[in-house]
Design a protein around this ligand. Sequence first.
Ligand SMILES: *Cc1c(COP(=O)(O)O)cnc(C)c1O
Length: 408
Amino acid sequence: MIPFSPPRIDDKTIEEVNKALLSGWITTGPRTREFEQRIASYCGVKKVLCVNSASAGLELALRWFGVQAGDEVILPAYTYAATANVVIHCGATPVMVDSNKDDFNINVEAVRQAITPRTKVIMPVDIGGMPCDYQALHKLVNTPGVKQMFTPRSDNQRTLARIMILSDSAHSIGGVYHGRKTGALADISVFSFHAVKNLTTAEGGAVCLNLPDCFSLEEIYKQLNIKSLHGQTKDAFSKMQIGNWEYDIVEAGQKCNMTDIAAAIGLVELARYEDDMLVKRKTIFDAYSAAFAQEPWAELPLYHTADRISSCHLYLLRIKNIGIEERNAIIDYIFRQEVAVNVHYKPLPLMTYYKHLGYNMNHYPVAYDNYCREISLPVYYNLSHSDIKTVINAVKAAVNKVLYNSKA
Ligand SMILES: *Cc1c(COP(=O)(O)O)cnc(C)c1O
């Protein structure tokens, strides 16, 4: 069976994790701090805080901004549940909007129409690794009418004096938009280092701070760090230093710090990310696109345009003019040929929980059409040339079988 996206774990990873384990310090410490600095310099942002998941990082950012009951956060219907659930954890309301047909990302015109005086945050998601249209989003939140409508309810909201752009960059580390890397494109961006993501620490995430100069990023880093440790003013590593045992609790914070064991994996991953892992992912994307370009049924994903480069996280193939039943039959037939594929995403309004909250899939026709026709293909570092051929042949045979009923 060709798996969908196993992690790249080799001697180098094992060696660095061993060193961390034997170092005498296994929770948040020097490796986590070094990983933060390396992410910051890789992405071109000033401050990065590592946490134990992207979900936790997104929630920290929402809470830092004072998002609460009565507030609205605009996000795409076409995303993973984490994007909406963190908003619900804060007591606020996710306002879901439709997607673009071309790149699967949040539709900026739909965002504009969804803005109300209760809107505090827009959460775009770089689906599959392709950066959203951040220039259009920044322009939108700075439009005089939209700024005037903004109704701050916390000190940080008063300081920003507009809707915050909080990017769910779970897929897009290494992606580029107008020459700048993800992490540096929104006010705050959050990466995921979950096991299936481009760059992994098994579980983990990073909060990249890129807020305007009216904020001290150093100060926000400290505040977020405290929020990630039960509101405790000193982390365990600082408390170890002479005369430093005493600490205070300043709020009922979360508990979502990254461990140095996880950071050890991340340091290895990041050191070989740009010149090795990303190159390999792009090669796989190119091979898939070359193989399907001539097929009349294939709609290829966008992953490189004049102003945007994807991190090549998900190869989002669409089949033209089919519905859910045909798509599912194609997937079954691909699996029967020992190739694991996936669907990204079943939109949230189709899920029981959100359906019960009143979200209705009829309001998101583009997201629904994208979902019905989408199949994500395996992309990972150790996928060999012959594996790539196997995947391509399995997809072609499945489409021919289901659409043209051929015996191929
Ligand atoms: C994976 C993912 C997340 C959550 O990441 P975790 O690190 O698992 O919390 C959030 N949003 C999207 C779009 C994701 O794919």
